[in-house]
Design a protein around this ligand. Structure first.
Ligand code: UDP
Length: 195
């Protein structure tokens, strides 16, 4: 996989298919963890304010070019990124895969009614995946309790929708202690899914 530096931030040259085709390498209980992280203009411009974020992006496995600005900068510097890979589209591709392969997912983030409704919509549209749990992004549970709940559910995919920079900071701290194969930060995607 080729990586480009966009204003000092690593972004990978990849397509939706490249990422989905990589899933089996992470979903066979070998302990490997995929982190599919959106690199968008906001992260590039504001990321340095938050000390955990750039190191986290550097160690993530799939840094997706999630913004037309990223594609344009790549073009300007003679890079190879040709197309935006949108976080929400990638989430749909992961849900399709989970449905086809009967994998389990967990949703964390957004307002209680939003995550409930997103869960309902997902169950309706992807009936063969397993929804192993959900926690809203304003819960009174402690971080420790959230980790315990997710690890008890042991999902294949964890989608985190806490917005920037909370979701990146949360993932940076917690991926090492989560028993999950595929992580994605999804911003406002639960709001979109819930309609
Ligand atoms: N959010 C959350 N907890 C918080 C802050 C935000 O669950 O403490 C959720 C919010 O409800 C929304 C999502 O994070 O569903 C994305 O928020 P926002 O639109 O602010 O982030 P962006 O999409 O700009 O990253």
């Amino acid at each position: 996989m080729t990586t480009e530096e966009i204003m000092g931030v690593p972004v990978d040259v990849l397509t939706y298919d490249d990422i989905v085709n990589d899933l089996p390498n992470y979903l066979n209980n070998n302990g490997k963890k995929m982190s599919a992280i959106s690199v968008n203009p906001q992260i590039i411009v504001e990321g340095q304010k938050y000390p955990e974020i750039y190191p986290f992006i550097k160690r993530s496995t799939h840094r997706i070019p999630d913004g037309i600005g990223i594609v344009l900068v790549s073009k300007l510097i003679g890079g190879q990124i040709k197309e935006r890979v949108a976080g929400i589209e990638l989430m749909y591709r992961f849900l399709e895969y989970a449905n086809k392969e009967k994998k389990s997912i967990f949703l964390y983030g957004a307002k209680p009614a939003v995550v409930d409704d997103a869960a309902l919509q997902i169950k309706k549209n992807y009936p063969d995946l397993k929804l192993s749990g959900k926690i809203d992004g304003y819960t009174n549970l402690t971080e420790e309790e959230i980790i315990q709940k997710i690890n008890l559910a042991c999902p294949d995919f964890l989608f985190v929708a806490l917005g920037f920079p909370k979701q990146e900071e949360w993932l940076a701290r917690n991926i090492p202690r989560l028993d999950v194969s595929v992580f994605q930060d999804v911003g406002g995607s639960f709001d979109v899914l819930s309609g």
